[in-house]
Structures are given as C-alpha cells and as structure tokens.
Write a protein that binds this ligand. Structure first.
Ligand code: NAD
Ligand code: IPM
Ligand code: MN
Length: 347
C-alpha cells in the first residue's frame, strides 16, 4: 500500500497530519507513506509548484492523499508557477478524470446546515465532476485588442470521448445508489454543453435501469438549496462541478466535512478535501480535519477495496459528530488536533 502524502499549503499540513494518524492507527499491513512537496511550499523550496521529484513519487504510488494548495503571496506569479498548478498538474498528468464528491448530512448535524433542518436531513447525493477538461484546460491568454483594451480569454471545450467516459462513471454510480442520474449543463447557451447533453443521452441507452434527467446549472444551484433531497447522482463538467460542490458543502453544514476522490481508470486515485488552504485560519489549529479524514476513508475504499476499514473511519467521524465534537466551522471550540484525537478515540 504505497501512499504518497502531499500536504501542501495553509491548513493542508494540519489536516493531512490528522488523516495520516488515522491511517496509521488502522495498522494496515504493507502501509508505506512517502511525502512530497506541492504548491506554494514546493515553489519556495524548488521554484516549482509540482517539482519532478513530486511527480515521480506520485507515479510510484498506489494512491495519493492530498491536503490543499494555495498561497496568496503567489497570486502574482506567472500562472504556470502558481500553487494551484500542482493539483491541476497532478489531475492531468495522472489522468484523474473522475472526481467523486459525496455530500450527506450526518445524523444530528441537521441544525448546522445553512438550510432548514427538515430540508437538510434529506441530503444524500454524489457529485460526479469531470476533472480533466472544460475551460480549466483549454487554451487561455491575455491579449490587447486593436482598440487598446485588454482582454482575458479561456477556451471551453469537451470532446465526445471525454464526456462519454465521465457519463459512464455517473451512470455506474447511480446503479450502485438510488438509480437516478441528473446531468447538469448549460445547453441553452453553450455548444460545449449541447455536446455534453447529446453524448449523455447516447450513453443512457446502455443503462436502461437508470433514470436520467437534465438540468441547467443555474436551476441546479437553486434546486440544491430548495430541495437537495431530490438528487441522487449529479454528473457535470469541471467548472460547474467545482461550484456546485462548494454549494453542497454548506447544505451539509461545513466545507470542512466534504471529502473527494479523483480517479483514473483503474484504482489509482488522489484523495483530498474539497476545501482549499484556508489562509485565514492556517497555522492556528482551527481547521476541521474531518474532510481529509473522510478522504482517507475514500482512499481505503476506492484504491484498495478496504470497505470495512473505510466504513470504520467514517463511523468514527460520524460518532464524533454525534457526540458533539465540533470545531469553529460548526460553532464549537475544538482545534484540529483535538478533533483528530476525538476521531482516533472512537476508531
Ligand atoms: P477555502 O476553501 O480555502 O476557504 C474558504 C473558507 O472556508 C475560509 O473561510 C476557510 O477558513 C473556510 N474553511 C475551508 N476549509 C476549512 C476547514 N477544513 N475547516 C474550517 N474552515 C474551513 O477557499 P478560498 O479561501 O477561496 O481559497 C484559499 C486558497 O485555496 C486559494 O489559493 C485557492 O486557490 C486554494 N484552493 C485550493 C484547493 C485545493 O487544493 N484543491 C481547493 C480550493 C481552493
Ligand atoms: C477544487 C479547487 C481547485 C479546482 C482549484 C484549487 C484549482 O477549487 O479542488 O475544488 O478549481 O478544481
Ligand atoms: Mn473548488
């Protein structure tokens, strides 16, 4: 079990440390952890957010546990040197095209949702976000127009094979859940989305047991707040999935609770909380490590097939929450380490 641990910037090291303690506590045979530098931290040390050595460690690993990258001091750097390029580069280089972002309300946490408890209680959804294409990876640039005005531009596109492979992931996920797939796009305006919708409909023919629906992304944002319980699996592009998953986190109660898995074909995966480096609370023992601990659970499940161990970790987090263990993000006072301790005790 070769696991690369890339902690990154801001709260990344703090939350990753707790997830590593959980993995170590499970005493899994063959567990081998190796660390690597990413993000602003790597740029400071090696002059690049994703140094060759880190990529080498990533390629040699069976799975990656990732903290977060992002450092406002680096926002003036040329784009290819910015911290975010570490995570974008890993996703692209390793072909991690399928991002699974589950959002479920933990029992007893309904009151912490930004929604009314009776609405929040029904949330049990999975966002399947495409991660290798879209406007994220198209050509982009800054130019000066003939009349002297500056213009920034980013090319949005999806090729049909890119849509097809993520659609299959969405349909298969729905088969393993309540059997409903909602494809989210902006086909009323964007050609990229029209192709997306056409291809999803083609793929649907192979999954007669899955009920497919389509929703425009603006309506989807509204429906996620109005009645998130209506969704089972959402499949969507890179940009829309990014935005909708942060939105879903506040329906659950805190961005500090949402985990994710980014899968290639096969079992190679990168596991990270959906949140960022949270510079506003970094280094203060204030971050909730549960999203990262739950990402480690996803790692056990998706890369190693260790369902029982994954469920044990998720159970320990759920028990801690049910027992009233709360950090600042949930109106409590416990710090990162204390929350980690509480999860470990229950484990
Ligand atoms: P963010 O997710 O880092 O923080 C948003 C807000 O949520 C902040 O108020 C923060 O304190 C809070 N928050 C986030 N995680 C928390 C946790 N575990 N516990 C408690 N509170 C938490 O988003 P941002 O502020 O927009 O971005 C900060 C930096 O992170 C940027 O440089 C951005 O590019 C980067 N980022 C990286 C990733 C990633 O590494 N995958 C994801 C998102 C943002
Ligand atoms: C995420 C983040 C990243 C994204 C950034 C940091 C590149 O917001 O993982 O959700 O936009 O995918
Ligand atoms: Mn995001």
């Amino acid at each position: 079990m070769k696991i690369a641990v890339f902690a990154g910037d801001g709260i990344g090291p703090e939350v990753t440390r707790e997830a590593v303690r959980v993995l170590e506590a499970l005493a899994l045979p063959g567990l081998e952890l190796s660390e690597g530098d990413v993000g602003g931290a790597a740029w400071r040390k090696h002059g690049h957010p994703l140094p060759p050595k880190t990529l080498e460690i990533a390629r040699a690993a069976d799975a990656i546990l990732f903290g977060a990258v992002g450092d406002f001091d680096c926002d003036k750097l040329e784009r290819h040197l910015r911290p975010e390029q570490a995570i974008l580069g890993l996703r692209k280089e390793l072909g991690l095209f399928a991002n699974l972002r589950p959002a479920t309300v933990f029992a007893g946490l309904e009151d912490f949702s930004a929604l009314r408890p009776e609405i929040a209680g029904a949330i049990d959804l999975l966002i399947v976000r495409e991660l290798n294409g879209d406007v994220y990876f198209g050509e982009k640039g800054m130019r000066t127009l003939d009349d002297g005005r500056r213009q920034g531009w980013d090319m949005m596109s999806y090729a049909e094979d890119e849509v097809r492979r993520i659609a299959h992931v969405g349909f298969k996920a729905a088969q393993g859940r309540a059997g409903r797939l909602c494809s989210v796009d902006k086909a009323n305006v964007l050609e990229t989305s029209q192709l997306w919708r056409d291809v999803v409909i083609e793929v649907a023919a192979e999954y007669p047991d899955v009920e497919l629906s389509h929703m425009y992304v603006d309506n989807a944002a509204m429906q996620l707040v109005k009645g998130p319980g209506q969704f089972d699996v959402i499949v969507t592009g890179n940009l829309f999935g990014d935005i909708l998953s942060d939105l879903a986190s506040m329906c659950v109660g805190s961005i500090g609770l949402l985990a994710s898995a980014s899968m290639a074909t096969g079992t190679m995966g990168l596991y990270e909380p959906i949140h960022g480096s949270a510079p506003d609370i970094a280094g203060q023992d204030k971050a909730n490590p549960m999203a990262t601990i739950l990402s480690a659970a996803m790692l056990l499940r998706h890369s190693f097939g260790l369902e029982a161990a994954a469920a044990r970790v998720e159970g320990a987090v759920a028990k801690a929450l049910a027992d009233g263990i709360r950090g600042g993000d949930l109106g409590g006072t416990l710090g990162t380490r204390a929350i980690g301790d509480a999860v470990l005790e229950r484990l």
